[in-house]
Design a protein around this ligand. Structure first.
Ligand code: NAD
Length: 308
């Protein structure tokens, strides 16, 4: 299969690329390197340093003629979206629309869109939240991702491009950016290994659903195999507080210093966990990596990165 992965130099996208390569798929990557890293992209892949908003992207589609597009490229920070909602919408709505238009123009058969379960449902009355939970984002990022999902569903109705939105929970694992604004596991691990005290925004009792990147990659491959469509939550259903994550990572890294507590940030939800029952039924997917094992593997990877 010819696959084009946008954001393929990023954390999740680069793992998706590697998984397709294992299957001997023919893979091309589009990434602006806004946050991704060139060295995460296998040399066996054709790499285009192109912004998804750039009209030059048409040339990439014309050259590559992908059968499938996996759209992972995005502005990924909730906080950055609150600071600059126009940039967020530019990348996450208009960038996605450009991808969708090119998919239609070049007859792409199937599209996966990386969406969010963590930032879509606001503060649901019942947890874990399934896909019937009312959509009520608390951030521009959540709004933009939902708009992107709606455009993808519309393009399926109008033009028959089969499209699936995978609503990820909080994904963590190797290659996540420790200096970014999103991803507490990477941020805490990076800081702890460098002897810095991480900041927790709020009291740390906010809870998240942490899902390991390998599980998320498997969901992407299963969706592609089955040509699933619609919106599917990808999470564990398990709520873990940010304080608990800090304690676990401090223990694993052998650090005893406490975190710094800062003010709660606008746009962040208090509690979220996702019910992935639909993904279980339709993809046969369920998470396989327990949080303890996932955190240990992540710390291990960050440690190895620091070795000369
Ligand atoms: P990431 O920042 O590592 O990856 C995003 C990639 O997109 C980067 O390589 C970046 O360089 C690229 N990119 C950004 N803007 C671009 C642009 N305008 N044109 C081309 N490329 C651009 O983040 P990630 O965590 O791997 O996120 C992947 C996808 O998953 C995103 O769509 C994100 O919104 C979604 N998601 C992530 C999480 C999570 O917890 N990590 C949760 C829910 C949804």
């Amino acid at each position: 299969m010819r696959v084009l992965v946008t954001g393929g130099a990023g954390f999740i996208g680069s793992h998706i690329v590697d998984a397709h390569l294992v299957r001997s798929d023919d893979v091309a990557v589009v990434d602006s390197l806004a946050s991704g890293r060139r060295e995460f992209v296998s040399p066996r892949v054709r790499f285009f340093q192109t912004d998804v908003r750039d009209p030059a992207l048409r040339e990439v589609f014309a050259q590559e003629r992908p059968q499938m597009v996996n759209h992972q490229a995005a502005q990924v920070s909730v906080n950055a979206s609150v600071q600059d909602p126009i940039h967020d919408a530019d990348v996450n709505v208009l960038g996605t629309l450009r991808i969708l238009s090119l998919c239609v123009e070049f007859g792409v058969e199937y599209l996966i869109l990386a969406s969010t379960g963590g930032a879509l449902y606001g503060e649901p009355a019942r947890l874990p939240a399934d896909e019937t939970t009312p959509v009520a984002p608390l951030s521009p990022y959540g709004c933009a991702k939902y708009a992107a999902e709606q455009y993808a569903a519309l393009v399926q109705r109008l033009h028959g491009l089969r499209a699936c939105s995978l609503r990820y929970a909080n994904v963590y694992g190797p290659r996540q950016d420790p200096y970014g604004e999103a991803g507490v596991v990477a941020i805490f691990t990076g800081a702890l290994l460098e002897g810095r005290r991480p900041t927790i925004y709020g009291d740390g009792e906010q809870t998240r659903d942490f899902v390991y990147v390998d599980d998320v990659v498997r969901a992407n491959l299963l969706a592609a195999d089955r040509r699933a469509d619609g919106a599917l939550n990808i999470g564990t259903g398990q709520a873990t507080s940010v304080n608990a994550i800090y304690r676990a990572l401090a223990q694993t890294t052998g650090v005893t210093m406490p975190p710094i507590y800062g003010p709660r940030r606008p746009g962040e939800v208090r509690h979220i966990a996702l019910d992935a029952g639909t993904a279980r039924e339709r993809l046969g997917w369920r998470p396989q990596v327990a949080i303890e094992a996932g955190l240990a593997a992540t710390v291990d990877w960050f440690r190895r990165q620091r070795q000369p």
